[in-house]
Write a protein that binds this ligand. Structure first.
Ligand code: ADP
Ligand code: MG
Length: 263
C-alpha cells in the first residue's frame, strides 16, 4: 500500500521543501521506493534535486491539466527518489484549474496511475492555501505541518488547520493530520521550546520526534542544488534520518508516530 504524505504550511521558509527532499533521501536509504512531488511554481524541490526547472519541457503543470501522462514527466534523481518536477508554468495552473470541474482532484487522479510503483509519495506544497495545496491535501493520506520555532510561528496555523478540516469534509474524508514537524529548531535556547509548546498546546497538535536542529549545512545544500543528505553526517541530516525511521515504522508496522514533548 502506498502512503501519501503532504507537507503543508502556507508560510514560506519553514522548511517544507527541505523536509520533503531530506525525508525522501532518508527513506530511499532505507530501501523504500519514494516519489516526491513539487507543487511549488518556484521549483525549489526540483532544483534541490539536481534538475533546473528552466530547462524542463514538461512538468507537473502539464500533468495537472491532463496534457501529459504522469509517467512521461517523472525524473530520476541522484538521491534515488523519483521526482514529479515543477516549473514556473505552474503559476498559471491555479487560474486554469479554477475553471475545471473536479479541480481539487487533478493530482489524486494522476498519482493513481503510478502510485503502485512507490511505497511512499511525499508532496511539497506551495506557500499558499490555493488550489495547488488543495490538490496536495486531496491526494494525500496524511499531512504534516513544518513549524519554524520562532516568534509568530503560530500565525496561520489555525487557518491551515481549518483548510485541512474543510478538505476532510469535502474532498478527502480520510485525510489525517499527523502533527507538526519542528524544523529549524534551536535546542540550545528555551525560546524554540517555548514557541513549540505554545503552538502545539494552542492547536492540540502532536510534534513528531525528533525536532530538526538549525544547521548551516541546509542553506549550503539548497543553494548548490545537491541534497543535504548525500555524504553528510551533520546533525540535521541525522535528525531527518531519525524522523524518516519514525514515519516508516508508522507506515510499515502500523505503529503510532513517536512524538516529542517540548516542555
Ligand atoms: P519552504 O519550502 O517552507 O519555503 P525551505 O525548505 O525552502 O522552506 O527552507 C527555507 C530556508 O531555510 C532555506 O534556505 C533552507 O536551506 C533553510 N533551512 C531549512 N532547514 C534548515 C535547518 N534545519 N537549519 C538551517 N536552515 C534551514
Ligand atoms: Mg518550498
Amino acid at each position: 500500500m502506498t502512503r501519501k504524505l503532504a507537507v503543508a504550511n502556507q508560510k514560506g521558509g519553514v522548511a517544507k521543501t527541505t523536509t520533503v527532499a531530506s525525508l525522501g533521501a532518508a527513506l530511499a536509504d532505507l530501501d523504500v521506493s519514494v516519489l516526491v512531488v513539487d507543487l511549488d511554481p518556484q521549483g525549489c524541490l526540483t532544483f534541490s534535486l539536481g534538475h533546473d526547472p528552466d530547462q524542463l519541457e514538461v512538468s507537473v503543470h502539464d500533468v495537472l491539466l491532463g496534457d501529459e501522462e504522469i509517467a512521461d514527466v517523472l525524473l530520476d534523481t541522484e538521491d534515488n527518489v523519483t521526482l514529479l518536477p515543477a516549473t514556473i508554468d505552474l503559476a498559471g495552473a491555479e487560474a486554469l484549474l479554477l475553471m475545471r470541474p473536479g479541480r481539487e482532484y487533478a493530482l489524486k487522479r494522476a498519482l493513481a496511475e503510478v502510485a503502485e510503483d512507490y511505497d511512499v509519495v511525499l508532496i511539497d506544497c506551495p506557500p499558499s492555501l490555493g488550489v495547488l495545496t488543495l490538490n496536495g491535501l486531496t491526494a494525500a493520506d496524511e499531512v504534516i505541518v513544518p513549524l519554524q520555532c520562532e516568534t509568530l510561528a503560530h500565525r496561520g496555523v489555525g487557518q491551515l488547520l481549518r483548510t485541512v478540516r474543510e478538505v476532510q469534509q469535502i474532498t478527502n474524508p480520510a485525510l489525517t493530520m499527523l502533527g507538526a514537524a519542528a524544523t529549524i529548531f534551536d535546542a540550545r535556547t528555551t525560546h524554540s521550546r517555548d514557541v513549540l509548546s505554545d503552538v502545539t498546546d494552542r492547536y492540540d497538535l502532536p510534534v513528531l520526534d525528533p525536532p530538526i536542529p538549525r544547521t548551516v549545512r541546509f542553506a549550503e545544500a539548497s543553494a548548490s542544488g545537491s541534497s543535504v543528505m548525500r555524504g553528510r553526517k551533520n546533525k540535521g541530516a541525522n535528525a531527518y534520518r531519525s524522523l524518516a525511521e519514525n514515519l516508516w515504522k508508522h507506515w510499515d508496522a502500523g505503529e503510532p508516530v513517536r512524538t516529542f514533548e517540548p516542555s
